[in-house]
Design a protein around this ligand. Structure first.
Ligand SMILES: *[C@@H]1O[C@H](CO)[C@@H](O)[C@H](O)[C@H]1NC(C)=O
Ligand SMILES: *[C@@H]1O[C@H](CO)[C@@H](O)[C@H](O)[C@H]1NC(C)=O
Ligand SMILES: *[C@@H]1O[C@H](CO)[C@@H](O)[C@H](O)[C@H]1NC(C)=O
Length: 377
């Protein structure tokens, strides 16, 4: 804790000497209010001053100066340079590029009331859809910088799309593990002064995830189940190797097909290749198919929860609540038959999908969504 405080103080001092125009008075080195401390994520850091916060964002290489709306600095200061951007917090309103970014973090924080703009209504969140249907959130053109500038911040996940001073990059998907991704709730929480909520949600998610993972490690079969997680692109079958997927499989007590095999690519128009490919699939215990190209035969797919036009909640709610994915995978790898999966469906059993609509939002949009904590003994 002492180290953390020193670091904050140092950041505050550095910032105040750098921002000479704002440095009319030295800040007291006391941090008022709750703080978030990054435990697992690698791509952002948060430093606290008395009336401001600084986020170092490795997603876009920028530092964000967040100034409390009650501070003098907030009314006098505006930065929009290659390396520094400033925002007045708590954000009076914000928009999200929902075509590429998850919204579930904002639901967990309970700040949907201030989400006033979305760039697509093809979202897999019932309460964001409800907010849109009721007129609280408007659809905005994602390239219309002028319209987007009316919001205090516009959150984007694709850092190449930064077109304005109010654009803020958040890149949970660039992290390497499921927990690192989920911790981005703390990043967003700093913009809305929701640190307490962000900390509580992340603690609950992480504790549940680690508990499940421990249980999975003890599910004593002599050999771990072998998993082939496959995808199909441009006529070729390959094995998924993204680190967060490998982490999920390991944490759920299984292992991925051997690396000497997963380096191979299989041409779907080449009969010999396909024969080899099917031979490998026969040797594994579980196949998870990221695409729609295989015949349904004991194959799992993570598209059980979909929004309008087939948007997958896998790319949204599953990012902020990885414990639910882990719970599903443990059931897939070590079936008990009495756990209903949330994200995965078994094609062999003709399991259908759940289509998410605005009518499914049963809470007020300003009420935070609670994370689902799975039973874990
Ligand atoms: C600061 O933000 C709070 C919370 O949104 C709001 O109630 C208050 O009016 C704002 N104050 C100023 C000076 O903008
Ligand atoms: C979005 O805005 C851009 C530029 O502002 C414009 O060229 C484009 O036609 C707009 N798209 C839609 C669907 O309105
Ligand atoms: C796949 O195989 C077909 C038929 O043998 C061949 O024409 C094609 O170029 C191959 N594709 C790739 C990407 O190697």
């Amino acid at each position: 804790m002492a180290a953390v405080r020193r670091c904050c103080l140092l950041a505050a001092v550095l910032l105040w000497s750098a921002l000479a125009s704002a440095a009319t008075a030295a800040p007291a080195p006391v941090v008022a209010g709750p703080v978030s401390r990054v435990e697992d994520a690698t791509m952002f850091r948060i430093y606290y001053g008395q009336s401001f916060k600084v986020i170092k964002n490795s997603g876009d290489g920028k530092s964000y100066l967040l100034m409390q709306n009650t501070s003098k600095m907030a009314s006098k200061t505006k930065y929009c340079t290659g390396r520094i951007k400033s925002f007045v917090i708590p954000l009076a309103s914000f928009s999200v590029d929902t075509t590429t970014s998850p919204v579930s973090f904002f639901e967990l924080l309970g700040v949907l009331e201030s989400l006033k703009g979305i760039t697509s209504n093809q979202v897999a969140s019932q309460c964001v859809l409800q907010s849109y249907t009721s007129g609280n959130a408007q659809l905005v053109n994602r390239t219309d910088v002028q319209t987007l500038s009316q919001f205090t911040a516009h959150f984007i996940s694709d850092t190449d799309e930064d077109r304005g001073c109010n654009f803020a990059a958040y890149v949970p998907l660039e992290e390497g593990t499921p927990l690192q991704m989920a911790e981005w709730i703390k990043y967003l929480g700093t913009f809305t002064n929701s640190e307490n909520r962000a900390n509580a949600v992340y603690d609950a998610v992480k504790t549940n995830y680690l508990c499940l993972s421990k249980v999975a490690a003890n599910l004593g079969t002599r050999f771990k189940p072998v998993v082939a997680w496959i995808e199909f692109t441009q006529g070729m079958w390959t094995f998924v190797k993204e680190s967060y997927i490998l982490q999920y499989v390991t944490d759920a007590g299984a292992e991925i097909v051997d690396a000497t095999i997963t380096d191979k690519r299989f041409n779907s128009s080449d009969p010999e290749d396909m024969d080899n490919f099917h031979a490998i699939l026969c040797t594994v215990d579980v196949v998870i198919d990221q695409t729609y190209a295989l015949e349904p035969a004991d194959i799992w797919r993570f598209d059980k929860r979909i929004g309008a036009s087939g948007t997958l909640d896998w790319s949204d709610g599953a990012i902020s609540q990885p414990q639910l994915v882990l719970g599903d995978l443990i059931e897939i790898f070590f079936p008990t038959g009495n756990y209903i999966t949330i994200y995965f469906r078994n094609l062999a059993k003709d399991e259908g999908v759940t289509e998410i609509g605005p009518e499914m939002c049963t809470r007020s949009i300003s009420t935070p969504m609670d994370p689902i904590i799975l039973s874990c003994e």
